[in-house]
Design a protein around this ligand. Sequence first.
Ligand SMILES: NC(=O)C1=CN([C@@H]2O[C@H](COP(=O)(O)OP(=O)(O)OC[C@H]3O[C@@H](n4cnc5c(N)ncnc54)[C@H](O)[C@@H]3O)[C@@H](O)[C@H]2O)C=CC1
Ligand SMILES: N[C@@H](CC=O)C(=O)O
Length: 365
Amino acid sequence: MALPATTTRRRTLAVGLIGPGRVGSALLDQLRATQPRLARAGLELKLCGVAASKRMWLDSDDPALNGRSDSAQTWRPSDLNEFVDHVRGIDGRHALLIDCSANDTVASRYAGWLAAGVHVVTPNKLAGSGPLTRWQAIRAACASGMRFRYEATVCAGLPVVQTLRDLLDTGDELLSVEGMFSGTLAWLCNRHDGSQPFSALVREAHTLGYTEPDPRDDLSGMDVARKLVILAREAGWPLSLENVEVQSLVPAELAALPVDEFMLRLDQLDASMAARLADARAQGGVLRHHAHLDAHGRASVKLAVLPTGHPFAHTRLTDNVVQFTTRRYRDNPLLVQGPGAGPEVTAAGIFADVLRIAEGLEVRA
Ligand SMILES: NC(=O)C1=CN([C@@H]2O[C@H](COP(=O)(O)OP(=O)(O)OC[C@H]3O[C@@H](n4cnc5c(N)ncnc54)[C@H](O)[C@@H]3O)[C@@H](O)[C@H]2O)C=CC1
Ligand SMILES: N[C@@H](CC=O)C(=O)O
């Protein structure tokens, strides 16, 4: 539903952002830039705080701290309980937390926040793909009317979760999903032509904000496995990560290193990736990172050689492709395709979730 150009219906949503990294910062920029337009549409997204892993900012509520810094708003040590209490406020206002971290401890708090009357939006995949019981507790916590939205967990800003939701809510039945779900691997496959080492491309993808905070999550296939689990659960299938067959590109000796050390030893991937490229060319094909999920609970993620005439061979840059085969779309699957990684597009996916929640808010005095 489009925002009205102008309105007399005014709503305010108190917002707290957790994880001001690449995606979180892009979202803050977008929130700032769209404020006048939202105000005309009767919506105030009131940023009440930002929490990083070690410190947080709350909007000027501590006279002692503010006094010391000449009334400027001040950063202080991070404390999620204090942060959430502050965003909720004491006046029963509408409140929303946006988790832009990739942290499991933060994800483990969602059910409690929802139960306490706070909406949650996140691109963090760890709740949707983590322990099934935790996922079920989050869904159960929404029963009181709180909203939990996570569109950006699957293919960043592309409307994948919502498309599946709409299919199911209108009575369709999911039979299978296949496609390319990693923006990073799509970009790497498109750029890996032998003119520079694979490791240099991984570093560039990291700098561009396409990879996960730890790029091994992408290279190991785990990021895509998480997306399959999220989609499966959306369809009502009780899939967990251990049910997904995943082919990793990370050599065992690099798997457990601290991330900084892994980045220093990235060139250890170069020889095997050069060999895979040569093999694909010898077969007259291209490398593509491919995933598949079906109603029988089969789920797999792998780097495949596809013929050059295959539709997935003609994708560009970070393009993801998600192909839903359903009862209605059985002969000709429904496709969602486009850029699937990067701070800007991911932030826009999160922002759209925030607006969907805001749209449903009742006006409170
Ligand atoms: N980069 C992309 O294209 C996409 C990213 N995502 C997801 O978005 C999330 C953020 O990704 P990036 O911004 O790229 O990562 P990032 O590493 O740039 O930012 C993560 C932020 O979270 C903060 N953080 C970590 N632990 C925290 C804690 N306990 N409390 C508060 N803050 C904490 C870090 O300090 C950092 O500021 C991840 O969950 C990622 O999977 C989802 C779709 C696309
Ligand atoms: N690192 C992820 C970002 C989006 O989920 C990817 O490359 O797809």
